[in-house]
Design a protein around this ligand. Structure first.
Ligand code: HSE
Length: 304
């Protein structure tokens, strides 16, 4: 059995506008977690979350590792855990899913891989509470996620290779929990139909490369409008991205990041999003990245 394993886990954007709790896509921004059997327990965190995230056994990475050891019936050894974090926290880019997914994949490798990727998914999704970041973090690419009696099934959607994701990452942090409290408990049949058709169109648009459909396909009536109380500048920044030539613009997961999908003019789109945000008094940074096909199960050093 391995003594040390290093796993890279991508950032993820959930919902893609219309696919609330049902679509997620991996982005080319990675956290790295190394877990090594050791004589003493330790957690080191560099980058995002350093000095903020707990460095004791309450850390979600340690707790997720312990869940895997419990599941396979092996006592948890003392571990030295090192995290190099690039994914910003509490910005709707799947940092917590990345932590959990990195931990379960690493722990499974240390135990000799007794659990299948699908079993890891069920455990990670249960810990996270939603699966729309967990699935693309684990498997990469764009994924459709459906819950069936508490179990998650997923199907990959091909991602047009020319697609670029322009992110506006505000300084404003928000937790998914907080961002879900503003959502309506019930929606109208009309709004449900509005989203069902658009989410289906989005999958078709990705699969066939008909990117011109994305503007309509990413529109949403289930969550973004309600979330405007938390992100009043959201529409202005999304409009700026679309005006500048993006195919689609939406709130990333539960926010606060705004994602614009483009296949050209990405720098100009970023500049327009940034200057619009500045004009309405929102500080943040632009990040130009790409969808990523590589999830955490594609190990960095499979033989190490
Ligand atoms: N789909 C979730 C939400 C975010 O919009 O609240 C990530 O799980």
């Amino acid at each position: 059995m391995l003594d040390k394993v290093t796993v890279e886990v991508p950032a993820t954007t959930a919902n893609l506008g219309s696919g609330f709790d049902s679509l997620g896509m991996a982005l080319d921004i990675y956290n790295e977690v190394s877990v090594e059997r050791s004589n003493n327990f330790s957690i080191e965190i560099a980058g995002e979350g350093a000095g903020i995230l707990p460095q004791n056994k309450d850390n979600v990475i340690y707790r997720s590792i312990a869940t895997i050891y419990d599941k396979v019936g092996i006592p948890v050894p003392e571990l030295s855990i090192r995290c190099k974090n690039t994914i910003p926290l509490r910005r709707g880019l799947g940092s917590s899913a990345a932590a959990i997914v990195g931990a379960v994949v690493a722990a499974n490798s240390l135990c000799g891989k007794p659990l299948s990727p699908d079993e890891l998914l069920q455990i990670a999704a249960l810990t996270e509470g939603h699966a729309d970041n967990v699935v693309p973090a684990l498997f990469g690419g764009c994924q459709v996620i459906v819950e069936v009696k508490g179990q998650f099934i997923h199907a990959g959607v091909s991602v047009p290779p020319e697609l670029v994701a322009v992110l506006f990452v505000p300084e404003l942090e928000v937790s998914t929990e907080q961002s879900r409290t503003v959502l309506p408990i019930q929606v109208s049949l009309k709004d449900a139909v509005y989203n069902v058709g658009r989410a289906a169109l989005l999958v078709n648009s990705f699969a066939t490369g008909q990117l011109h459909y994305l503007r309509i396909a990413s529109q949403d009536r289930l969550h973004q409008q309600a979330r405007q109380v938390l992100f009043p500048s959201m529409n202005a920044i999304m409009e700026a991205a679309l005006e500048a030539g993006a195919w689609a613009a939406f709130l990333s997961g539960s926010g606060s990041t705004i994602v614009a999908l483009a296949s050209r003019w990405s720098e100009y789109i970023g500049e327009e999003m940034y200057s619009t945000a500045q004009r309405v008094g929102v500080t943040g940074k632009i990040w130009i990245t790409q969808p990523s096909l590589r999830g955490a199960i594609h190990e960095k050093n499979p033989k190490s």
